[in-house]
Write a protein that binds this ligand. Sequence first.
Ligand code: ZN
Length: 439
Amino acid sequence: MTVVTAALMFAEERWERRHAFALQGGRILGTGPPGELAERFPDHDREDWGDVAVVPGCVNAHAHSFQALLRGYGDDLSFMAWRDRVLYPFSERLDREGIRTGALFDFAEMARHGITSVVDFFYLHDRGNENDLAVIDAAREVGLRIVLARSMYDWSGAPRRYQETPDEAVRNGRALHEAVKGDRSAFVQPAPHSIHGASPEMIHAGAALAGELGVPFHVHVAEGRYERELSLESHGLSPVRFLDSLGALTPRAVLVHCVWVDPDDLDLIAERGASVVHNPGANSFLGDGIAPVREMLARGIPVALGTDGGCTNSRQSVFEEMRMAALLAKAVDANAEALSAEDALIAGTRRGGEILGLPVGRIAEDHAADLVVLDLEALSLQPAATAPKQIVYAMQPEAIARVYVGGEVVAGRGRATRVDPAEIRAKVAEVTKEWEPPA
Ligand SMILES: [Zn+2]
């Protein structure tokens, strides 16, 4: 066992100077002032990490890893144009090796930016689980913890390889869940795509499978204005109310986006105990609008952060999302108190762990030692006395000294350490060599 001391620490959601945590087998056994921990754990090694800040590893609660390969191919297009001209046609061209390359590329980017757990909302199934397992393998190779949110898609307008019948989707989801059972760094959760990508029967099946497996389920909700309009037109209900009418608005529901929601929708989400993943970078990038985060938090709705796909953001950093979340909340409300740096930091760490039902995102007893070590000598964290605020508002990636998952280093000094960036660059070049960039 080791007691680790650092100059600054975000332990149990409080900023502490000269603080320590006890570490054993990739888990945190306790936190406290160094002297107190030395008494509590008398037989231990000591490590002093020096002039650094230690914060929990970021939880990226929504991503689509293969989309990193499409970065730049559909920028500055509307969502519909992006989907039909870029996402659908390009995702048809990826074989399993391409999917794996996309995941390695995306996860390596995430690791170096301090992401330690990622939800990959994945839909290129080809009616089986081999592609899904390739993505999980890529996460293992980079060293990230992964929740494979196995998409359930039966809208016939999407590429054939996304589609399954509800029966197939349930069978495959169950089998994939079984395949990673007992693994503490890979998890499977159902993900009925959205009210436009999944039929009511499919959404029902996803919610039921989540209940059977005892896990959350993920669903895109009210991302763009069109979705709300379409739902009102075809069902006479907002997307949130439509989900509720299907019995799918439950404490297991992880609602991704919730940009186009009204106060009644928010009251209902709070009443039903569902959670939200806020993706401020991607929502801005696609011109979808901005989710009313302050109103969500005021109602006690748990809100985590996501980067969304690598081509709709286009950075893969939850620290960046924290900054975006806080700035946009302030801008929309014309109120600088709308969202604080601490609220944003908690959304990007602890809340993600809670929403996913995993012991991650906190420096606290019985949590995984998934950590980001920040160099307090970095200029972007000066003046030293205000570093806690600068981590959200001013920090640049050069301050990220090391990233740990389960107590093991996965990134340091600007790169993922278990994979070779040159090799990934070569693979990305190979996969995309015949893709024409937009004029
Ligand atoms: Zn998404």
